[in-house]
Design a protein around this ligand. Structure first.
Ligand code: PXG
Length: 444
């Protein structure tokens, strides 16, 4: 291995055990299609599409070429009271992929910014209609909505909230829908759990009153906390209750957007149209940071038409909203998805992926397996007294054997690029099977 010509210490690595990582780093130096190359020269099969984002595989020529060309043509253009073609074109393309009358698209640079933007739009919408009393934002336990103060507040992961003291006021949470007793080893949507949507009415609305609630935000399939698939009928019921009470429904599709579930969006796949969709990651195949928030026509019109003419209707945005390089990358990415029919490919690979991951059911220490589209999770029994240790061991050993998976606590998550072949799915799952067997001999 060539010596590293940089120190590890100055970089404070995000969402990482810095001391543990710096003692035994896993460094990737290049990538192509389904594989990374590690610094020791080994090829590593990408079982996670980076961080759920490289949906078309790595370093795709069409996208890198578009970025190169754009960088030489217009590197940056101001986007407040000025414009350049990229974001207009991307908005039109994204609109065509969206269900219902989700017709207007606001650009950000990440999923976290998309979530905070969506929450601010929800508040601004109610205020524009004279319902500024609707201030409560409702998230869900085990939800992940990024790292901004808004997203952390509506998020439902205790470890992400604990250190940060005051988050947003006027936030409450629905219960999550995962229950090992009732829906373990479900293939696709579990049959049990739709009744948990009733908690919105029975508990949240009963306590805070609907007239005070602005929005409910959920991931249609929760990703970060280990692929929690919505029970049959659950999202439909949330939609009905939000309609009944004038509450906006936000789907956070940062992971589920752009083909991950075998359709452009989970909203399309489940046939449930939310009022706002947040997205990021796959929109540019993760090559240049970009996020977006799509809203239904009525939301855009209420906010925009509700303001005085010549007034800035929504006092919100970022220097890099709709950045030319991101926009060029997005256009090339959307072309590639379409030409290679990658969303359809995801749908047709999903049954093979499902069978492959469920073949791990008899592997040692497997407590649950769940999957939807091209997302799957294997939940391991924790080593008594050491939560997370078994999951981390699995990540390290799989990496040593040339396969990248993602772990959250003792849950192993997989979300490969949608270009993966059936043989590569078998390699991914086969490697995990031998890792789990090997670990069991050493830590029964
Ligand atoms: N919403 C959802 C649903 C996400 O999954 C974000 C918002 C925030 O996006 P940004 O671009 O600000 O990171 C996310 C991000 C993992 C993992 O392995 C998941 C995410 C990011 C990094 C790792 O669980 N999701």
């Amino acid at each position: 291995m060539p010596p590293r010509d940089y120190p590890l210490e100055p970089f404070w690595i995000p969402f990482t055990a810095n001391r543990q990582f710096k003692a035994a780093p896993r460094i990737l130096v290049s990538a192509k299609d389904m594989h990374y190359v590690a610094e020791d020269g080994r090829a590593v099969l990408d079982g996670t599409a980076g961080l759920w984002c490289v949906n078309a595989g790595h370093c795709r020529e069409r996208i890198t070429e578009a970025i190169r060309k754009q960088a030489a043509e217009l590197d940056y253009g101001p986007i407040f009271q000025m414009g350049h073609p990229g974001p207009f074109k991307v908005a039109e393309r994204v609109k065509k992929l969206l269900p219902g009358d989700l017709e207007h698209v606001f650009f950000t640079n990440s999923g976290s910014e998309s979530v905070d933007t969506a929450l601010k739009i929800a508040l601004a919408y109610h205020r524009a209609r004279g319902e500024g009393h609707r201030r409560w934002l409702i998230g869900r336990e085990r939800g992940y909505h990024g790292a901004g103060f808004g997203g952390t507040s509506v998020g439902g992961i205790p470890a992400n909230r604990r250190a940060f003291g005051n988050l947003l006021p006027y936030v409450d949470h629905l219960p999550h829908t995962h229950d090992l007793e009732h829906n373990s080893f479900s293939r696709g949507q579990p049959a049990w759990g739709a009744h948990l949507a009733e908690e919105l009415e029975h508990r949240i609305i009963a306590l805070h009153d609907a007239s005070n609630i602005a929005a409910v935000i959920v991931e249609p399939v929760a990703g970060s906390t280990g692929v929690l698939v919505p029970p049959k009928g659950y999202l439909e019921r949330l939609r009905e209750l939000c309609d009944k009470h004038g509450i906006l429904l936000i789907f956070d599709e940062v992971i589920t957007g752009f083909g991950r579930v075998g359709a452009p969006f989970a909203a399309t796949r489940f046939g449930v149209v939310p009022d706002i969709i947040t997205m990021a990651k796959g929109i540019t195949n993760a090559t240049v940071p970009m996020g977006a928030v799509a809203v239904r026509r009525g939301i855009y019109e209420s906010v925009v038409n509700g303001a005085a003419e010549n007034a800035i209707e929504l006092a919100h945005g970022y220097t890099y909203s709709g950045h030319p390089l991101a926009a060029a990358a997005a256009l090339a990415t959307l072309d590639l998805y379409e030409e290679e029919r990658l969303f359809e490919r995801a749908a047709s690979l999903a049954p093979h992926f499902e069978n492959a991951v469920h073949s791990l059911r008899e592997a040692p220490h497997v407590a649950d397996i769940r999957n939807f589209g091209m997302m799957a999770a294997i939940e391991l029994e924790p080593i008594p007294g050491k939560p997370g240790a078994r999951g981390y061991q699995a990540l390290v050993r799989a990496f040593e054997r040339g396969v990248l998976v993602r772990t959250t606590g003792d849950v192993i998550a997989m979300s490969p690029p949608l270009i993966i072949s059936k043989e590569q799915i078998d390699e991914l799952v086969g490697t995990l099977a031998s890792v789990l067997r090997e670990m069991a001999t050493q830590n029964p």
